[in-house]
Design a protein around this ligand. Sequence first.
Ligand SMILES: Nc1ncnc2c1ncn2[C@@H]1O[C@H](COP(=O)(O)OP(=O)(O)OP(=O)(O)O)[C@@H](O)[C@H]1O
Length: 245
Amino acid sequence: MDIAENLPDRDRGIILTLDSIGKSYPMGEVSVEALRNVSLSIAEGELVVLLGASGSGKSTLLNIIGGLDTPSSGTLLFGDRNLSTASEAELTEYRRHSIGFVFQFYNLIPSLSALENVQLVTDIALDPMDAVDALRLVGLGERMQHFPAQLSGGEQQRVAIARAVAKRPRLLLCDEPTGALDFQTGKIVLEVLRMVNAELRTTVLLITHNASIAGMAHRVIRMRSGEVSEDYRNETRLDPSELSW
Ligand SMILES: Nc1ncnc2c1ncn2[C@@H]1O[C@H](COP(=O)(O)OP(=O)(O)OP(=O)(O)O)[C@@H](O)[C@H]1O
């Protein structure tokens, strides 16, 4: 199957290639095999939802893709750059410039305003967006001077998304971005991610245990016991407002 099918022509390159990725954690006498023989590639511009039950290996995979952890075996390419043999310094540079992270808990600095939280990143990025533009993009143009405690959970997550996209990463990695949010607020955050993917053309990999979210993806990958158990494209995508759980 052409994994870039339905994508605009300019987005048909492969951004990420995983070949037989394995990850084991030594635990005394035994070791936990968190990932086994994971092979897949992701096309530039795709919005991929990675599903799986707790313990299936989703976060481990995301951490390896994001350069936060290294595989025990196999090869990981970002474009044609081999990350499985990269040094710590190279991985730091990769994380800093190529990857945006959004986690379940927003990790904002409480003593800084929304704008200052985003500026922390734009101050050190190579070719950042204007921090004000990033906050307007996520619909927070009117709340920029607010501190995290003055914002709702959904608004704080939108600040976190603005912070992640402001450095113009090629890949946005989201680990349970709606996990701490109620249904309606979660859908607003998912709409922001859909819009970032559509308008900025940022490749998005979103991991969740919530199978309902799969409907908004170009492509769905399901993990079970450290392996890819399913990998398919949605013929028709749902708008986040049409999702229900
Ligand atoms: N640092 C670690 N040391 C030992 N075992 C680990 C470590 N990190 C993860 N594991 C194990 O690897 C397996 C996969 O964990 P992982 O966190 O990737 O799953 P997950 O699908 O993201 O789960 P969840 O949805 O609960 O976050 C689990 O069995 C977990 O206990």
